[in-house]
Ligand binder design. Structure first.
Ligand code: GH3
Length: 313
């Protein structure tokens, strides 16, 4: 099955994969009824630090996938007993987009119709047997590289650069879904805007870098404070937004956050200060994030008028 290698030193592939994935574990699933082929691919991928699962047919592959939803790469042979490889690709694509998982079709027939079939059903690439080790590695690496590009693009598009929180754009995207879900299931949703009091003064007195430090530290506090299902985003400047299922308890949730922040020491090098935040909250579910933001903003305005360091609902 294996052609003689044109280059046995594939360390550079390992290096690129490591750099791309920053030592995160990459899971791969090989689906092939031939033990020789499976072993060839498994040996190469394992030696490149991938965590490899193998399946001898499509049913087994689907059950492995069910238990390992973070598999990033699938190598699928066409001719297997039971469901054909190209049909398995079709099945996999019902759940995983090309941006989430790379699928490479494999077959020993140099048949262009089959290549087209694999690609039409959603494979990212196609490799013919007999394998050439270097070609195999390069194709795998290239597919992982593209996947990583998709991932970093997604991070850039959804994350606030300074704080690592979701950005305003993503808040609108994901927030809409949360509102829909709350409406469908009659869940008590709350939206809050959090604004640092006199932040301009902090910047002017201690410098912009210290201001950035305050924004980053407050972001960490917010992330730790709220549940994974809640949305914590930076709206811009010194304004943050939280959307979550809180209901009756929303006032106490945000008031205890306010208290925690007011007693926290923001300490960096020779500066050590305390800050306060003002919060505006709405518990009234609206169709759009934008409408709830408007309501919470009015409440925030009240909090500022009441002298700051206050939660208003
Ligand atoms: P108030 O209590 O009325 O909200 O007063 P404030 O000083 O917080 O008011 P304002 O919203 O005008 O000030 C926000 C400041 O935040 C002004 C702007 O220069 C600063 N700022 C915006 N983005 C950043 C950032 O990324 N880093 C730093 N350090 N400062 C920022």
């Amino acid at each position: 099955y294996v052609l003689k290698d044109s280059n046995n030193n594939l360390d550079y592939v390992v290096k690129i994969v490591k750099r791309l994935y920053k030592n995160r574990e990459i899971k791969a699933l090989i689906v092939d009824d031939s033990s020789v082929s499976r072993k060839f691919m498994e040996d190469i991928l394992s030696s490149h630090n991938l965590r490899v699962f193998t399946a001898i047919n499509s049913d087994e592959a689907l059950s492995i996938l069910e238990k390992n939803k973070d598999i990033k790469l699938m190598l699928i042979d066409e001719n297997m007993p039971g469901m054909r490889g190209s049909d398995l690709v079709n099945e996999v694509r019902k759940t995983y987009t090309k941006e989430q998982m790379s699928v490479i079709g494999i077959s020993s027939y140099s048949n262009s119709i089959l290549t087209v079939e694999f690609l039409k059903r959603g494979a990212n690439d196609f490799i013919l047997k007999p394998f050439n080790k270097e070609e195999f590695c390069l194709r795998v690496m290239q597919n992982l590289e593209i996947l990583e590009m998709f991932e970093s693009q997604k991070i850039y598009a959804t994350t606030d650069f300074l704080t690592g929180l979701y950005n305003r754009r993503f808040l609108f995207d994901i927030g809409e879904k949360l509102l829909e879900n709350a409406k469908r299931n009659n869940l008590p949703i709350s939206l809050a805007i959090i604004d640092i009091d006199n932040f301009k003064y902090i910047n002017d007195t201690y410098g912009h870098l210290f201001g950035d430090f305050v924004l980053k530290t407050l972001s960490k506090i917010l992330k730790e404070r709220f549940r994974a299902g809640d949305i914590v985003a930076r709206l811009g400047g010194d304004e943050f937004c939280i959307i979550g299922i809180m209901g009756e308890s929303s006032y106490s949730v945000f008031d205890s956050l306010r208290q925690k922040v007011s007693s926290y020491e923001f300490k960096d090098q020779d500066v050590n200060i305390k800050i306060t935040i003002s919060i505006g909250v709405t518990n009234k579910l609206e169709d759009k994030v934008e409408f709830m933001l408007k309501k919470a903003d009015k409440m925030l305005y009240e909090s500022k008028n009441l002298g700051r360091n206050v939660v208003t609902i």
